[in-house]
Design a protein around this ligand. Structure first.
Ligand code: ARG
Ligand code: ZN
Length: 875
């Protein structure tokens, strides 16, 4: 059964208010829900009330305090239908359900994680707690009373502001929470347990005080300090950049150790995967710190983009997610280096969204159909959704964009709205027609733009012949032409952007060419010398660009483009082209040869102190094997790609040996650890250099030294990965892995890094290692972080391991997916996504992957989540 956008209709009944009472017990929790039901005007009294449920058992049902006849209702696990209702338009329905949170391993609804009761309701988890109109356009104010044994759960939290609390008989106690803001059920949350609080206070721009708290397990308080700091910075930033102020007396964050996703923006009570809260120098890498900052901000920003203004239905998921990702990207860019942040965003988009958009799971940013909404929390909805908002800003300019956002907040506060409502605010603010632009929301697939350039020296005219096309995607064979904002510069011989007198053939404004037709011939007049075109600067549009360019010109851009993103992009393209070429040679039994000009450049970058260290680190990072595979596109042999990349790394390392060693040394020990962007950049550069040094010398000594003397997890984990990946099975690697395991025996989040390092060891032996590690005492099939670290990274990030030519990697993943799916369908479906690019592999692997997929599909009792992914992948 599929849900379709065009089938949307309003609910006949609303629930303006409700009251809940939880009596918590791990095996037998009673939930009493009193719903104030309101029949919409014009709806007849004999229209039944149909409430959603999921695996529920009805204990009791009352209407306006009286029992409901057997014949007047029907309760199943998945719905409660009441056919005989009061005539008046408002009445009260009381429902009692009984739950066993300790048995809930799907981690949706109410469950227990490490002794802490917590909830996850987005998208459709509330219906696993009580029967309800579980849809985002039904907004209610909640009053929640929680009762628990005081010993078991001294802390009782829900949404909104605290109202009341006190003692009960037999060692029980209670707390009442009231949330004055009407909200959809997916934003409901409850937490109860024995946790420690880290507290702080924030005064908003209008002078209202907010009590902040982050709750973590006892003994982990110090590791929440960075998250708290990030929260305060987020709150200030949203005031300054978007004029958005916080609206409750308290803001609570809870870190739990079993969580399906990253975090959840429940009103006033964000629940986090502890991986995105806990950090200190001893246990967290720089990437961990950056993720925490971004995700704390993301969930906080949802308070306005998601909670105050929410989605009409789940087809509109990008309304809150794409926009909020855009906001957290901007936040991180302001807190760190904008150029470096942009490069990382684009790398992520290409690594996750491009393969999705170019494979069997492609869907529009605003989908029109789904079978299981959990499978649409995707890179397309989140990341491409953010790119679309970014393009709106590019097209409108910063001030008009802000005016459109202001209008959105003003018009729709307290409502559940659509993408059309959102876009209309920018049309109103700008006076522009965004109909063609809005195709970015409605049409799947990555547009390709082909460009040919020519310069007429006599006429002083520079011409770009530009053509766009959008490849077909599942259920969208024919595509319409898009409005693509292509930022550009004409880089002159001195490295500066050149002026021109006029331009014909396309609308060009503020350094952006607006492509709207299939083909544009864009003529720049009065161009004094032959320029090099720098196109799609800052990655202004999420497209692929086909532009044949001389290596000399690309190298020129890599050295001189004043847009740092495009500088990185030029070099990255050079590496990618060289690697594609080399992998073809390797596959044909020849040796991988590389151009010496290209090999000479990395040393220059490493030593260029005019460039930020973080930028240099990114520039020196070779395209990942998966990036190369994606660029090749079909008939892929991952082993050849792996060998080509290894050869390039060695060749660069040998060429630059002395410089790399010197820069590594000079960057040396930089004193006490600080997680700030500049220090992180220095460590990133050092660690990239360490990888090269080990590859060039074939000697683990420098990595061993760094591993043993490291004063931060950032440096220790980097050294461990060099040892484990470049010297697998050797003494140095074995010793380092053992020492690391011993040191972090009691820290599951750090042991995840130990699992990841091993799961990503290149080569065909890793699948056996992963199988073995599943027996490790620290591994658990029911904890999503453990499953993702070991199984997830193996399948998604180990090209030569997962794609072992005999299909053993695929068979392993199929086994693992089926084992996880028994208790956690959502996580299982995510793991299965690793199969999505199977059709681009060479024939032998294709056949093995197909067999593994078919075996999953052949199982009789599959969850909706997994069946949906597997069937679309095979289709
Ligand atoms: N809204 C959350 C976020 O972006 C994601 C929650 C998704 N949960 C799920 N079960 N699909 O921050
Ligand atoms: Zn979100």
């Amino acid at each position: 059964q599929a849900f379709r956008l065009e089938d949307y209709r309003q609910s006949d009944y609303l629930i303006p208010e409700l009251e809940m009472i939880f009596r918590l017990d791990p095996e037998k929790t009673l939930v009493t829900t009193k719903l104030l039901i309101e029949r919409r005007d014009g709806v007849a009294a004999d229209v039944p009330l149909v409430l959603d449920g999921d695996g529920l058992k009805l204990e009791k049902l009352l209407i306006d305090g009286g029992a409901v006849e057997h014949n007047d209702h029907e309760a199943t696990a998945d719905s409660l239908t009441i056919t005989r209702l009061p005539r008046q338009s408002r009445f009260e329905v009381t429902i009692v359900t009984r739950l066993a949170p300790a048995q809930n391993k799907a981690l949706m609804g109410l469950y227990v994680s490490n002794g802490v009761y917590c909830t996850q309701c987005e998208a459709e988890g509330f219906r696993r707690i009580s029967y309800f109109l579980d849809r985002p356009d039904v907004l209610s104010t909640y009053r929640v009373r929680i009762e628990a044994r005081e010993k078991e759960a001294p802390l009782l939290l829900s949404n909104g502001n605290p109202a009341e609390s006190g003692a009960l008989e037999d060692g029980w106690h209670y707390a009442v929470w009231h949330d004055p803001f009407p909200k959809p059920s997916y934003l409901f949350a409850l937490v109860a347990g024995d946790l420690s609080a880290v507290r702080d206070r924030f005064v908003t721009m209008s002078g209202r005080g907010v009590d902040l708290a982050i709750y973590v397990e006892h003994g982990k308080e110090a590791r929440a300090a960075y998250a708290m700091d990030a929260l305060k910075r987020s709150m200030r930033w949203d005031e300054e950049r978007f004029g958005r102020e916080y609206d409750l007396d308290v803001f609570n964050i809870v870190a739990v150790s079993d969580f399906n996703m990253g975090a959840m923006e429940n009103k006033g009570l964000n629940v986090f995967n502890d991986k995105y809260v806990l950090a200190d120098p001893e246990t967290a890498t720089d990437a961990d710190f950056a993720n925490i900052e971004a995700i704390i901000a993301h969930e906080y920003f949802h308070n306005w983009t998601g909670n105050r203004i929410t989605c009409r239905d789940w087809f509109q998921l990008c309304l809150k997610e794409g926009l909020t990702v855009y906001r957290d990207h901007e936040f991180s860019a302001d807190q760190r280096s904008r150029a470096v942040k942009r490069i990382s965003e684009v790398r992520t988009l290409r690594a996750h969204q491009f393969p999705e958009d170019q494979g069997p799971l492609a869907h529009p940013v605003r989908p029109r159909r789904y079978r299981e909404i959990n499978n649409f929390y995707t890179a397309t909805v989140y990341e491409k959704g953010s790119e679309v908002v970014r393009m709106i800003r590019t097209i409108l300019g910063a001030d008009t964009f802000r005016a459109g956002m202001d209008l959105y907040f003003e018009r729709h506060d307290g409502q559940a709205v659509t993408i059309e409502d959102f876009v209309a605010c920018f049309e109103k603010a700008s006076g522009k027609d965004l109909t063609q632009f809005a195709l970015w929301y409605h049409q799947a697939g990555t547009p390709n733009v082909t460009v040919a350039t020519s310069y007429d020296a006599r006429a002083r005219e520079y011409t770009l012949e530009v053509e766009q096309s959008v490849p077909p995607t599942p259920s969208e064979a024919r595509k319409r032409l898009m409005h693509i904002p292509l930022a550009f510069g004409l880089v002159g011989p001195d490295g500066q952007d050149m002026a021109y007198d006029g331009v014909e053939g396309a609308e060009v404004e503020d350094g952006v060419i607006h492509l709207r037709k299939r083909r544009h011939i864009v003529r720049f007049k009065g161009v004094q010398a032959r320029p090099v075109a720098s196109l799609n600067r800052g990655f202004s549009a999420p497209i692929t660009l086909s532009l044949v360019m001389r290596q000399k010109d690309r190298l020129f851009l890599a050295c001189h483009d004043n847009d740092l993103f495009s500088r990185w992009e030029a070099l990255n393209t050079l590496f990618t082209e060289a690697l594609i070429d080399a992998s073809t040679r390797v596959r044909g039994g020849k040796s991988a040869d590389f151009d010496t000009t290209l090999l000479g450049y990395p040393a220059e970058i490493a030593a260029d102190e005019g460039l930020e260290a973080a930028y240099r680190a990114l520039a020196l990072t070779l395209p990942a094997e998966a990036d190369i595979a994606r660029e090749i596109g079909s008939n892929i042999d991952p082993d050849a790609i792996g060998r080509a990349r290894e050869a390039l790394r060695k060749a660069i390392a040998r060429e630059a040996q002395e410089t790399f060693a010197r820069v590594y040394r000079d960057l040396g020990d930089d004193g006490p650890f600080s997680p700030d962007a500049k220090s992180a950049g220095r460590r990133a550069l050092r660690n990239v250099l360490l990888e090269y040094m080990a590859a060039g010398s074939g000697d683990p000594a420098s990595a061993v030294r760094q591993f043993e003397t490291a004063s931060s997890m950032a440096d220790r984990a980097a050294a461990l990965s060099v040892l484990a990946h470049q010297f697998p099975g050797g003494d140095a690697a074995r010793a380092a892995l053992a020492a690391f395991e011993e040191r972090y025996r009691d820290n599951p989040l750090v042991l995840d890094k130990w699992f990841i390092v091993q799961a990503t060891t290149p080569g065909g032996k890793t699948v056996d290692l992963v199988r073995e590690l599943m027996e490790h005492p620290a591994f658990s099939l029911t904890n999503p972080n453990r499953v993702r670290s070991l199984i997830g990274t193996f399948a998604s990030s180990n090209q030569t391991g997962f794609h072992r030519s005999d299909g053993e990697g695929y068979r392993f993943l199929a086994d693992a997916v089926l084992a996880v799916e028994k208790h956690n369908p959502q996580v299982a479906a995510r793991l299965a996504v690793a199969f999505r690019s199977w059709r681009s592999l060479e024939k032998g692997r294709q056949e093995e992957a197909r067999k593994a997929l078919a075996r999953i599909a052949g199982e009789k009792e599959l969850s909706r989540d997994l069946r949906d992914i597997v069937e679309r992948t095979l289709a």
